[in-house]
Write a protein that binds this ligand. Structure first.
Ligand code: ABN
Length: 165
């Protein structure tokens, strides 16, 4: 018998001598039950409200308060990232939205994604702070791909820039 077998046998026998079958089963059961309980333990989930996780394919989500376009989260991108094969617009519309999770106002940049034909999913048109077309600077119904190499509009992202005020 080699050294490894010898050591393993001694350890196993030592363990077997010190632990009854019943207590071994109890320990194993506790371990299995404990592991099984992990997914239902309370977990801090408020991080889901920020942009790292993407909660947002619904037009009612707070940071979409002034978006006008197809939500990129329904188009292969995320609420704050353009889908592969498109380019973020160099110009954008800026809105100010109330976050009900912390009661604060945030500045949100609505950048279009350019270079692919219209996504066509999750059209969202909210107009907090928006004004009709004759006040051009406060109007959001604009193709922000206008400054890009390709002016073809695909979808719109909503990027939280920071706190307002
Ligand atoms: N900002 C979205 C969009 C694109 C084209 C035309 C109107 C609005």
């Amino acid at each position: 018998m080699n050294l490894f077998d010898d050591v393993t046998e001694r350890l196993t026998r030592g363990l077997a001598a010190g632990v009854s079958r019943r207590s071994a089963i109890t320990r194993i059961s506790r371990w299995i039950l404990g592991a099984g309980m992990l997914p239902v333990l309370p977990v801090e989930r408020s991080a889901r409200a920020d942009e790292s996780a993407d909660p947002a394919t619904s037009c009612d989500y707070w940071k979409f308060c002034s978006v006008d376009g197809f939500l990129c989260s329904c188009c292969g991108g995320s609420s704050h990232q353009c889908p592969a094969g498109t380019e973020v617009s160099t110009v954008s519309w800026i809105g100010t939205c109330h976050n009900p999770n912390d009661g604060k106002q945030y500045i949100v940049s609505y950048n279009d994604c350019c270079g692919k034909s219209s996504c066509g999913r999750c059209m969202c048109n909210n107009n907090v702070g928006e004004r009709p077309g004759y006040t051009l600077g406060l109007h959001n119904d604009v193709n922000w791909c206008m400054g890009n190499k390709s002016t073809v509009y695909h979808c719109t992202t909503s990027i939280v820039v920071g706190l307002s005020g």
